[in-house]
Design a protein around this ligand. Structure first.
Ligand SMILES: [Zn+2]
Length: 313
């Protein structure tokens, strides 16, 4: 088996972006409501009206999810399947924001399992590829602890200045990494192109919705805010500007130009060449099965190798 090309999988969202996705691939593109490309996904987007939105496809049109289901051990490796079943455990996206995203958080694994019947939460990490200005701003984690009742009140009042103003602002530029554990409130600012590594869900708690095309009843995953607020990390959280060792429980990314002996999503960051005999250039993505002996690389490619949760020995 060898690496297989994945075709772009654009996903509708409630915020605008996309121009930098086009620029990354050397194609003209204007901003619109398709600001994300789920380049390595077996995860369904929680959007209404399309039953396979979010699922990546191989070049022959098959869903990556279905190809893996047919031969999980070859795709994921024995240790992974023994620990996680026939799921990749990984979602890799490209995201380009033309505007600031609302303050939101994602459940961690424990909350998702207890309250949402989901094996995975959505711890995530951002790897910054480009910014529209020299730097962009992201906001991660509360600077100071907030009482649950007080935070609920800020959500109900849509006290946006307060919701955003209570978070740590961070300036980011190409090459920066930010790790965002489940539960930690955050917002991505305008003008940043990221690779996002995530647990494989589309579970978001939208603390802020005013001014976005979002209905208040769609902000709390059907839990009501009294329960949903229990998913939020309301203690102080210092931003983590790297992938810490504990991130391996969820995902990892490195610049190794080789097969990993486990499932990987490759994102081509720059260069021109081929992977497994298929032409490859910036913005292309490939799925690498655990059973691949190598990547069969040609040319001067710069790769980001994204891995799922560490299956252990
Ligand atoms: Zn997020």
């Amino acid at each position: 088996m060898q690496a297989q090309r994945l075709v772009p999988t654009r996903v509708r969202r409630f915020y605008r972006g996309g121009a930098l996705l086009g620029r990354f691939r050397g194609q003209p593109e204007e901003d619109g409501y398709l600001p994300e490309d789920w380049v390595g996904s077996t995860t369904l987007a929680r959007n209404q009206g399309n039953d396979d939105e979010g699922l990546s496809r191989l070049a022959d049109g098959a869903l990556l999810r279905d190809a893996i289901a047919e031969d999980p051990v070859a795709w994921l490796g024995e240790a992974h399947v023994a620990r996680f079943g026939p799921e990749t455990g990984l979602l890799v996206k490209l995201l380009d924001s033309a505007e600031r995203l609302p303050v939101h958080a994602h459940p961690d694994r424990a909350f998702a399992q207890a309250e949402l019947h989901s094996a995975f939460g959505k711890t995530e990490a951002w790897i910054v590829l480009n910014t529209r200005e020299e730097e962009a701003t992201v906001w991660v984690g509360l600077r100071e602890p907030v009482e649950r009742a007080e935070y609920l009140e800020r959500i109900e009042r849509q006290a946006v200045d307060c919701l955003l103003g209570s978070l740590n602002p961070l300036s980011v530029r190409a090459g920066d990494v930010v790790h965002v554990p489940g539960g930690v409130p955050h917002a991505i600012g305008a003008g940043v192109l990221l690779v996002e590594l995530q647990e494989p869900t589309d579970l978001s708690l939208l603390c802020e919705w005013q001014g976005f095309p979002i209905r208040p009843e769609d902000t709390h995953l059907g839990l009501g805010w009294d329960r949903a607020v229990g998913a939020l990390e309301l203690g102080a959280h210092a931003p983590i500007r790297e992938l810490p060792p504990e991130a391996r429980e969820f995902f990892w990314a490195d610049r190794e130009q080789d097969a990993a002996g486990r499932f990987a999503i490759l994102v081509v960051l720059a260069g021109d060449g081929a992977i497994g005999g298929e032409p490859a250039r910036a913005g292309d993505a490939f799925a690498v099965p655990a059973a691949a002996d190598g990547l069969d690389l040609e040319g001067d490619l710069e790769l980001l190798r994204c891995l799922g949760p560490d299956p252990g020995p």
